[in-house]
Write a protein that binds this ligand. Structure first.
Ligand code: KIV
Length: 282
């Protein structure tokens, strides 16, 4: 089975077929998401927070993103694999954007890259598209530049702010991005954008009117335990399961219950006796 192409994601909007996106940062989870038929697997720079314990996605490097993207890529057979361009790969020096996007494709086997809106986003998107690489845009709350947006907060809450985000959507879709992530915006704004552009909108904290939905896998699986945003629906409580397992393991080792005979290797008794005798002679 081949990887879903960006054009197929575009066609899903025309067919009114909801699009699913989950983030993955390593092989095992990506394998499961691909097997269940998640349409898009994003190697998100949210790996900074979820896996690496960093305060901001802004600190992710290109080399670190490639390392994770390669691991995810080994698992992906069907889903569209999207590499999330880290801040340093295009916002620090826009002339490096296309070359860095190419690394996601050539080194990690991604089918597209994602870039967040910032001042020079249109120039960057144009360069990457000109190099033949499909681009997913990301507007609304853009964590890489959250400092300029007043923090990790809902965006587009008044008419002026909402109009700016609509404008960004129109610019990016006009340039030819194949889809748009809308993060943390009111449902009415997401609806207007979804009806305005002919490419799919994929919401995360953007309500039900988008063409697709995204979630950070670690949030929806309940792997980490920081305060989760209102929009996150938790479909599992993996944190508690890991906590219980670790407690039970500790308890059994301390009480010398583990390992038991079922979880160990034994030697033929004759050989064991010979071994002991040879050691006691010496
Ligand atoms: O990095 C990430 O997880 C993302 C999602 C919010 C879509 O960009």
């Amino acid at each position: 089975m081949n990887m879903i192409m960006p054009d197929v994601i575009k066609q899903m909007k025309a067919r009114s077929e909801p699009i699913t996106l989950l983030t993955a940062y390593g092989y095992p989870m990506a394998r499961i998401f691909d097997d269940v038929g998640i349409d898009i697997i994003l190697v998100g720079d949210s790996v900074a927070n979820t896996e690496l314990g960093l305060e901001s996605t802004k600190y992710m490097t290109m080399d670190e993103m490639i390392h994770h993207a390669k691991a995810v890529s080994r698992a992906v057979r069907k889903s569209l694999l999207v590499g999330d361009m880290p801040f340093e790969s295009y916002q620090k020096d826009i002339s490096k954007a296309a070359a860095n996007a190419k690394r996601f494709i050539n080194e990690a086997g991604c089918g597209a890259v994602k870039v967040e809106w910032f001042k020079y986003c249109p120039e960057v998107v144009r360069d990457i598209l000109d190099s033949g690489i499909a681009v997913m845009g990301h507007i609304g709350l853009t964590p890489q530049t959250a400092d300029e947006l007043g923090g990790l907060k809902v965006q587009g809450k008044d008419v002026d702010a909402a109009n700016k985000i609509i404008e960004q959507a129109v610019v990016l879709s006009g340039l030819g991005v194949f889809s748009l992530v809308l993060e943390c915006v009111p449902d009415v704004l997401a609806k207007i954008i979804t009806e305005t552009v002919d490419i799919p909108t994929i919401g995360i904290g953007a309500g039900p009117y988008c063409d697709g939905q995204a979630l950070v896998s670690y949030d929806m699986l309940g792997i980490t335990r920081p305060r989760k945003p209102k929009f996150v629906k938790q479909y599992a409580d993996i944190y508690s399961q890991i906590e219980n397992a670790a407690r039970n393991y500790k308890d059994e080792v301390k009480r010398r219950v583990f390992p038991d005979r079922e979880h160990m290797y034994t030697m033929n008794p004759e050989e064991a006796l010979k071994l002991r005798q040879s050691k006691s002679k010496g």
